[in-house]
Design a protein around this ligand. Structure first.
Ligand SMILES: [Zn+2]
Length: 310
């Protein structure tokens, strides 16, 4: 059975139990450093409720310098896991148990080595109205410039573990490519403290003023599944022509994939109109790897959201 290296801080007064995790993927470091800072910073005598902090959910993936654990599995596709299963399945089962003890849950991610992701907080559009409203409050409080509610039907994820346990949960993304972004770490620390203040776990810190976020809720099946978007037609080298937050129209060039064996270039054009919220940053791609994710405006497909630059 997998043993998680979590830290639990019991406050001096009643309040909710907040769980914050990072390191679900082993190549995403801003959330990991943010949680280590929270472990040093939180004063139990000033805390209402309980805070459980898990900086590295999947140590095996960190050891592999990878999104995947030693068994080749993606922890974020393995929930609810199996305590008798492979290493990643065991970790999933242990994190699943931890999630079920929480009232509120934040899972910190980035795009990792391969992807650059627009800073956002996301949640599943769960059927329970009270939980959904709590998730919206958490997402607003954490202060990232894009809030993205997507299908609650996707399984295997920390968010589906929370959904099944009836726990209000959000995940976050903040850029990705190395080096670890100090502004991203601070943004995550400040954001987690702001969520704690929002739910009465800490006194309101000096509030940081954020511009109003762009809020998108898209309940279409597979919305939020980033790995399905704009797949590479071949194994090769991707050269991007777009940047995060940029608006594109259907038919616009996103980049090209070069076949290193033949030298042939495959142009990658957008099939959607919208804003770029994920772009592949690591050039080497396998066939069907996602190259970009575009946030469509469902209400008015011809008019992309205006995302602030990041
Ligand atoms: Zn991740």
């Amino acid at each position: 059975m997998s043993k998680l290296k979590s830290t639990s801080i019991q406050g001096s007064a009643d309040g909710p139990h907040l769980l914050i995790t990072a390191g679900i993927h082993g190549d995403e470091f801003e959330g990991i450093f943010a949680i280590y800072q929270l472990i040093r910073q939180i004063d139990a005598s000033k805390l209402h409720g309980r805070l459980t902090l898990l900086p590295i959910a999947n140590q095996s993936a960190v050891d592999q310098h990878s999104r995947y654990g030693e068994d080749g599995k993606d922890l974020a596709r393995t929930f609810p896991g199996d305590p008798q299963g492979s290493p990643t399945e065991q970790v999933a089962a242990a994190v699943n148990d931890l999630i079920s003890t929480a009232d509120l849950y934040i899972d910190l991610h980035t795009g990792g080595r391969a992807m650059d992701v627009y800073p956002l907080s996301g949640y599943g559009l769960v059927k329970d109205d009270a939980i959904l409203e709590t998730q919206r409050r958490m997402a607003r409080a954490i202060g990232l410039p894009l809030i993205w509610g997507t299908s609650a039907e996707l399984d295997g994820r920390s968010m589906s573990a929370a959904r099944d346990a009836g726990v209000a949960a959000i995940y976050t993304e903040y850029r990705g490519p190395s080096p670890c972004d100090a502004i991203g770490v601070k943004t995550y620390v400040d954001g987690c403290l702001a969520v704690m203040a929002e739910f009465g776990m800490l006194k309101q810190a000096d509030s940081i003023q954020h511009p109003p976020p762009v809020i998108v809720e898209d309940s279409r099946p597979n919305s939020g599944h980033m790995q399905l978007c704009n797949p590479s037609p071949i194994k090769g080298l991707f050269e991007s022509s777009v940047s995060l937050g940029q608006n594109v129209e259907s038919g616009d060039l996103l980049g090209k994939v070069i076949d290193p064996l033949s030298g042939k270039e495959h142009q990658i054009t957008s099939k959607q109109t919208g804003s770029i919220i994920v772009i592949r940053s690591y050039p080497q791609v396998d066939e069907s790897d996602a190259l970009a994710v575009i946030l469509e405006n469902n209400e008015n497909p011809a008019s992309p959201y205006q995302l602030p630059s990041c």
